[in-house]
Structure formats: structure tokens, C-alpha cells
Design a protein around this ligand. Structure first.
Ligand code: SF4
Ligand code: SF4
Length: 180
């Protein structure tokens, strides 16, 4: 069958014999065989691509807007967990704080002890990229404090932080006021 004969009009049902061939004897699989429905698949592709690009842009732009660009470079390799008892306040998962700072996840930051970090810098030497972890955590602490004052941080998150001793003395007043 020639290409001319295989051509299908809009609205016409595409017969198996008219499916495009990718290799001799092998027809390309098409979920929508009816050409008038193909606009859906094209638009779904575009919507999916738009969603992926938007998510990538948000991942990069959010930390940039909040002055915490270094968080973008965190590999999430978790080598910094080797800090262990050299963290004076017992924070175990520094990468969680870095990622929470990147995506502005206040609850994640608080429950991993971000508000009790004293920015001593002990964990920085364990980072494979020597990222400025104390500065990254300080910026996120400031963002979290603003969020607490603006009532954005969920109450349950603050209550749990108080119960589990996850609030450093610099932030106690703000948390207590938010819970009053
Ligand atoms: S900078 Fe913060 S997380 Fe890192 S070791 Fe010091 S107190 Fe712990
Ligand atoms: S070691 Fe550095 S790059 Fe790896 S997870 Fe920790 S902060 Fe991120």
C-alpha cells in the first residue's frame, strides 16, 4: 500500500492496514486510532511536558527567590549524616533540612530539628560538596520564623515541636505566641 493510499482523512477510522509502519511488517501502535481523537494525545503530551517543566522551574526558582540558592546543589546523597554526635543539638538528618529549605517545607524543617540548629558548622565538613549548611539552615530558619508569625505553619507541627523539644531558644517566643 502506498503512502498516498495510507493517508487517512480527519474523522475517518484508521484501519490496521493503514497504520504507519516503523519497521517492515511492524505497525506503530497508536492508542487513539481515530484521527479526530489525536488532538487529545497531542494535548496530553503538551500538558505533561508543561507540568514537568513547571515543576523543574519551581524547584530552581523557589530557592532563588528566597535567597537560598545553595540548596539547589544538594545531591541528597546523605553523606552529611556522618555528622552524628558531632552535631551539638543532636540533629541526625541534615540533608532533610537542606531539602526542606529548597522546597520551603516548614513542617519537614521543624520536625527534623531545624529550629534547634545553632549553626555551628560541624556538619559542613561532612558535605561532599562543602555546601554552606549553617547559612542554608539560617536562611530557612528566618523563612520559618516569618511563616510562623504569618500563621502559615500548621498548629500540629508547632505543638509536636514543643512536645519533642525541637524548638531552639531563639524561636520559643514566636512558637509560644503562635500557639496561644
Ligand atoms: S550546623 Fe546545625 S545541624 Fe550542623 S552540626 Fe551544627 S547544629 Fe548540627
Ligand atoms: S552531604 Fe551535602 S550534598 Fe550530600 S545530602 Fe548532605 S548537604 Fe546534600
Amino acid at each position: 500500500m502506498s503512502d498516498q493510499e495510507k493517508r487517512v482523512q480527519i474523522g475517518e477510522k484508521r484501519q490496521d492496514t493503514k497504520q504507519p509502519t516503523v519497521l517492515p511488517g511492524i505497525h506503530r501502535y497508536q492508542f487513539f486510532t481515530n484521527l479526530k481523537d489525536r488532538g487529545w494525545t497531542l494535548n496530553l503530551d503538551r500538558v505533561a511536558l508543561f507540568g514537568i517543566v513547571t515543576a523543574l522551574l519551581a524547584t530552581v526558582l523557589k530557592p532563588l527567590f528566597h535567597g537560598n540558592a545553595a540548596t539547589i546543589y544538594c545531591y541528597e546523597c546523605r553523606a552529611c549524616y556522618a555528622t552524628q554526635d558531632r552535631c551539638p543539638v543532636g540533629i541526625m538528618f541534615q540533608a532533610e533540612l537542606a531539602v526542606a529549605g529548597r522546597v520551603l517545607d516548614y513542617d519537614r524543617f521543624i520536625r527534623n530539628g531545624g529550629l534547634k540548629c545553632i549553626r555551628c558548622g560541624n556538619c559542613q565538613s561532612y558535605c561532599v560538596q562543602y555546601l554552606p549548611l549553617p547559612r542554608m539552615f539560617e536562611i530557612m530558619q528566618d523563612d520559618t520564623r516569618s511563616a510562623i508569625r504569618n500563621g502559615i505553619v500548621p498548629r500540629y507541627s508547632l505543638e509536636r515541636a514543643m512536645n519533642e523539644g525541637l524548638v531552639g531558644k531563639e524561636f520559643i517566643d514566636d512558637v509560644v505566641k503562635a500557639l496561644a
